[in-house]
Design a protein around this ligand. Structure first.
Ligand code: PLP
Length: 401
């Protein structure tokens, strides 16, 4: 189908929640390359927003999915599911957690974490139910996770927000002040990704951890975007020298097959039969996909590659910061890297895409996010930098092309 026809159908039938999208549609992919409906090639440096961590069409991943599709897709939670049990075991073996719940997305994983925190204290006869999150955070689009997301623009059109969420400045005294005898948990991202690739400092996170311990409340880390190798360790919290009570995963866990997960310590597992669930969560296909993702990450030393390529990409982008005075900052962890401009980057991101380099904007619109597949190689980065330089040099420091 021609792109014009796709756009026309979309405009007529799809609810326009995404605004004017970049006028491209992709048909095939191989590794870090996507091919559009006209057969043109693009370097994928966004990975479906930190999802396709193994790149496109990874042979072992494709084989595993084909095998599973031929055998069986879904049987429901009425019965035991071998892949689900195996994936739960694997996640517990590679993390400090003992129990897992599967769902279909990041928002749902966070919902599970919020419900578990409330459930735990309810079962203890405590009146703790409030969740403290940070301003500028992003935790999802359900009502509860919108309330958890500390950005007014997402909340305003849906007010009143569900009760029990406090969005607090990323300041340890403010968090301390916000905690009271009704607080059940503090939930944070270690890198505020949608918020502009803002990396939280180790010392600050350590202090939040101490506050949670001192107050007997949960520390929940939303690893939906930072987890599964994206930031240079399997879980980002490993770089912070703390172990939270609960983490949530999605995005890269399924490499494009929808799956979310909540991992927690067994001491906090208060859910009883019937209190939570999901029709599709952890079905045969999704859990097979995630099992294969974790195997491939181990077998192919992918995290080592993330760290090598992260240094190289950051170094190349930092060189450009010296060349273009309207590049204000280059920051990030692993292969989740933000380049901050002194002007809004929406047009620039579109121009980059039309010139063959796929990225996205974040952080209120001034930051370009680079999140290539974790299998990215040096030659892909060199080509990406060439395109980036070529396009960026057409702009002046007011953001005019
Ligand atoms: C940190 C974080 N949490 C939660 C979500 C929501 O995930 P989903 O869109 O899968 O519901 C996102 C999505 O971007 C995210 O980045």
């Amino acid at each position: 189908m021609k792109i014009e026809e796709i756009i026309s159908l979309d405009k007529q039938y799809y609810i326009n929640v995404f605004g004017d999208r970049i006028p491209l549609a992709f048909e095939k992919g191989k590794g870090c390359i996507l091919y559009d409906t006209e057969g043109r090639e693009y370097l994928d440096f966004i990975s479906g927003i930190s999802v396709c961590n193994l790149g496109h069409g990874h042979p072992k991943f494709v084989e595993a999915l084909k095998d599973q599709v031929e055998k069986l897709l879904h049987t429901s939670s009425l019965f035991y599911i071998e892949n689900q049990a195996l994936l739960a075991k694997k996640l517990c073996e590679i993390s400090p957690f003992d129990r897992v719940f599967f769902c279909n997305s990041g928002a749902e994983a966070n919902e599970a974490a919020i419900k578990l925190a409330r459930n735990y204290f309810y079962k203890k006869g405590s009146s703790r139910y409030k969740i403290i999150t940070l301003l500028n955070s992003f935790h999802g689009r359900t009502l509860a996770t919108t309330a958890a997301t500390g950005q007014k623009k997402y909340q305003k059109p849906f007010e009143p927000m569900p009760e029990g969420f406090l969005n607090v400045e990323a300041d340890i005294d403010m968090i301390k002040e916000a905690i009271d005898d009704k607080t059940a948990a503090v939930m944070i991202e270690l890198v505020q990704a949608e918020g502009g690739i803002k990396v939280l400092e180790k010392e600050f996170v350590g202090k939040i951890y101490d506050l949670c311990k001192d107050n007997g409340i949960f520390f929940i880390i939303d690893e939906v975007q930072t987890g599964i190798g994206r930031c240079g360790s399997l879980f980002c919290f490993e770089q912070y020298g703390i172990v939270p009570d609960i983490i949530t995963l999605a995005k890269g866990l399924g490499n494009g097959i929808p799956i979310g997960a909540m991992l927690c310590k067994k001491e906090v597992t208060s859910f009883e039969p019937g209190e939570h669930g999901s029709t599709f969560g952890g079905n045969l296909l999704a859990t097979r996909a995630a099992l294969e993702v974790l195997n491939i990450i181990e077998e192919e030393n992918i995290i080592e590659n993330v760290n090598r390529m992260s240094s190289y990409l950051k170094q190349r982008l930092s060189e450009l910061k010296e060349t273009f005075n309207f590049i204000a900052d280059v920051r990030g962890l692993g292969l989740l890297i933000g380049v901050e401009f002194s002007f809004p980057v929406k047009d620039l991101v579109k121009e980059l895409a039309l010139n063959g380099l796929l990225t996205s904007s974040c952080g209120g619109g001034n930051v370009i996010r680079f999140a290539p597949p974790l299998i990215v190689e040096k030659h892909h980065i060199d080509r990406a930098i060439e395109i980036f330089k070529e396009v960026v040099k057409r702009y002046d420091n007011m953001g005019r092309a």
